[in-house]
Design a protein around this ligand. Structure first.
Ligand SMILES: [Fe+2]
Ligand SMILES: [Fe+2]
Length: 294
């Protein structure tokens, strides 16, 4: 990176590159069609009502897409890398509620009228608002939220397989792959900020984790009840958030032991995560050594 250029323009260049790479990769490997790529013949009308409730709940979270896209876009419109990524992100997210609702109808779990009525309740109700007011904080928020959402879908997929619903299983594979690609874009972005604005970014990571809640919590009717059922079904809950979202993210960001404590981990947690990160780095070095000499 050339000297004398502002940090903001260095960050923008990397985001722009990352956005183009994301787009090329999505076009080449990750485009999928609701009609063509889902094994609709494998739908199981005997899937449990709880599964249907969870699918409906996840589609409700996806339904606030007009707010997620419009309000975020206003915040990041000055950044070509982030704004163009966000357009692609919005396109990919738009398929998620459609395909989940399709499953509800094709499985016979809900009628078309029921699905439309539920959609209407959500779309004519209160709007989602940005939970944080700085673009860097929103980047951290979306990183966390995408990993958590991907985990929700992956765990629901396991349940769909146990219940013998291959349609739901196949659609959740595509949806989870999208969420995982989104997480990857955001985590790379957070790493850029960590490199170029480390102190501010660490403070924001702490702030966002301290105030994190899944989107639309206060907007979706029955959110808390449904969250409890999802937790009881072993799909997602506070414990899983710590073990499968918060800790892996902090380990992946490659921050120091001291920074881990600054973002809110206690001594023991920080040691476990830092030791694990060191161990993984050693394994990676060993793999390079083996490739070079054997
Ligand atoms: Fe989604
Ligand atoms: Fe996503």
């Amino acid at each position: 990176m050339s000297a004398g250029r502002s940090v903001a323009s260095q960050i923008e260049d990397i985001f722009h590159d990352n956005c183009l790479r994301f787009f090329q990769n999505a076009e080449a490997k990750r485009r999928w069609s609701i009609e063509r790529d889902i094994n609709w013949n494998g739908v199981n009308p005997e899937s449990s009502e709880l599964t249907a409730l969870i699918v409906q709940f996840f589609s409700a979270v996806e339904m606030y897409l007009p707010d997620y896209t419009a309000k975020m876009m206003q915040m990041i419109r000055h950044s070509r890398g982030r704004a163009w990524f966000h357009m692609n992100w919005g396109y990919e997210e738009s398929k998620h509620s459609i395909v989940l609702e399709d499953w509800l109808i094709r499985s016979g779990k809900r009628t078309v009228e029921q699905v439309r009525a539920f959609e209407n309740t959500l779309l004519t109700g209160e709007q989602w608002e940005l939970p944080f007011d700085h673009p860097r904080q929103m980047l951290i928020y979306t990183m966390i939220q995408e990993l958590a959402t991907g985990l929700n879908y992956t765990n629901l997929r396991r349940r769909a397989q146990d219940e013998g619903d291959m349609a739901l299983s196949s659609l959740l594979r595509w949806v989870a792959a999208d969420e995982s690609a989104h997480y990857n874009f955001y985590r790379k972005g957070v790493k850029v900020y960590l490199q170029l604005e480390p102190e501010e970014t660490i403070a924001d990571i702490k702030y966002v984790f301290d105030n994190f809640a899944m989107p639309a919590r206060t907007l979706i009717p029955g959110f808390d009840e449904c969250s409890k059922a999802i937790d009881a079904a072993g799909i997602y809950g506070p414990r899983m958030f710590l073990q499968r979202v918060r800790h892996p993210i902090l380990e992946d960001l490659g921050i120091t032991r001291q920074q881990l404590k600054t973002v809110g981990l206690n001594e023991k947690e920080a040691d476990i995560i830092a030791d694990h990160a060191d161990y993984r780095a050693d394994l990676a070095r060993l793999a390079i050594y083996r490739r070079s000499y054997f």
